[in-house]
Design a protein around this ligand. Structure first.
Ligand code: K1U
Ligand code: ZN
Length: 172
């Protein structure tokens, strides 16, 4: 397993629309393992393949990392079949937009279908952080960052803060 570098905004590769996976084979399972290791090492609760420069529709998540117990989830070719009209607001962060946290409103409940790491079709009904995180990660597969949901002013403040942090890291 390999820890892969995570791209940060405004890297144009984060704007790629990811391609469907035709078959969940050994190469995809190796990608999944690398993504899980990369996510855990970065202290994230989710990661989309696009964030490591691989434009494929693969997501890993672990929203219940407590007491060192892992509960990894894998979503290949996820599709939202239904989303509630009711919205819920969560404070979101992103490993590709480090140190920026903002409230984002999304459908409170979703029903999704996806394939697991064996390529088997699965269905999921989700609310709370699971629904929010899955929608955040699915946005990555379409080249959308959570800051794209903010007002133009908030987005440009976030991007300027990120650029300043990158300049300071470069100088340090
Ligand atoms: O970059 C990503 O897409 C992962 C992102 C997922 C996410 C977080 C919060 C709401 C929606 C989606 C993260 O994992 S950001 C890092 C994070 O959540 C965290 C980091 C350190 C401590 C606790 C949480
Ligand atoms: Zn993200």
């Amino acid at each position: 397993m390999t820890i892969r570098p995570i791209l940060t905004a405004p890297d144009p590769r984060l704007k790629a629309v990811a391609a469907e996976i035709a078959k969940v084979d050994g190469e995809i399972r190796r990608l999944i393992d690398d993504m899980l290791q990369t996510m855990y090492q970065a202290d994230g609760i989710g990661l989309a393949a696009v964030q490591i420069g691989i434009a494929k529709r693969v997501i890993v998540m672990d929203i219940d990392q407590k007491d060192d117990k892992k509960n990894p989830r894998v979503f290949v070719n996820p599709k939202i079949l239904w989303a509630s009209e009711e919205l819920a607001s969560f404070e979101e962060g992103c490993l590709s937009v480090p140190d920026i946290w903002e409230d984002v409103e999304r459908p409170a409940r979703i029903r999704a279908e996806y394939q697991d790491r064996d390529g088997k079709k699965q269905m999921l009904e989700a609310d709370g952080l699971l629904a929010d995180c899955l929608q955040h990660e699915m946005d990555h597969l379409d080249g959308i960052l959570f800051i794209d949901h903010l007002s133009r002013l908030k987005r440009s403040i976030a991007l300027r803060k990120l650029a300043k942090a990158k300049r300071q890291q470069g100088a340090g």
